[in-house]
Design a protein around this ligand. Structure first.
Ligand code: GTP
Ligand code: MG
Length: 171
């Protein structure tokens, strides 16, 4: 039998880590070096085939990372079933911000929410400041998924969304 499921997914993280770039790579398979900072939030959808008879539609809220929008985030994560908490592997401060959002989700979001910690800008490996082991260990400790991706090259972006879909309750 054919299966179809639809899930609300929210992206959170410090400004400029690449949340919008990840979403655009996933939805439009494109990238630009001159993406503008998000105002408020953006809504996009994408449908993917998980296997021969399973289709998943993501309803994606791409939130704004700038401090002045911080209080809006709860509107977007409140009824989300999945969250991508994004940091930039070349920016130390962005992992602290990710930890803040994870804590907030664990306190305020739905109890069954699937959370993935995502290190972006994998194409800048030579500028890396946060080791894969450190971030992976942190994710493991909290029982979160962990992925490293590049919105620029597209590496692992689709896999990341697919892995999340596989953790969601597909009837
Ligand atoms: P806010 O909307 O302000 O919260 O930022 P954001 O997290 O949505 O970041 P955005 O996608 O706008 O990207 C910020 C900058 O990083 C842009 O100049 C992007 O081109 C760049 N960028 C995003 N992803 C990557 C990546 O994977 N590699 C590299 N090298 N640059 C990236
Ligand atoms: Mg953005």
């Amino acid at each position: 039998a054919m299966r179809f499921a639809q899930f609300k997914l929210v992206l959170l993280g410090e400004s400029a880590v690449g949340k919008s770039s990840i979403v655009h790579r996933f939805v439009k398979d494109s990238f630009t070096d001159s993406r503008e900072s998000t105002i408020g939030a953006a809504f996009l959808t994408q449908t993917i085939q998980i296997d021969a008879n399973t289709t998943v539609k993501f309803e994606i809220w791409d939130t704004a990372g700038q401090e002045r929008y911080r209080s809006l985030a709860s509107m977007y994560y409140r009824n989300a079933q999945a969250a991508l908490v994004v940091f930039d592997i070349t920016q130390e401060s962005s992992l602290d911000k990710a930890k803040y959002w994870i804590k907030e989700l664990q306190k305020q979001a739905s109890s069954g929410i699937v959370i993935a910690l995502v290190g972006n800008k994998l194409d800048l490996e030579e500028e890396r400041k946060i080791s894969k082991d450190e971030a992976q260990a942190f994710a493991n400790e909290l029982g979160l998924m962990y992925a490293e991706v590049s919105a620029k090259t597209g590496e692992k972006v689709k896999d990341c969304f697919k892995d999340i879909a596989l953790k969601l309750p597909l009837e």
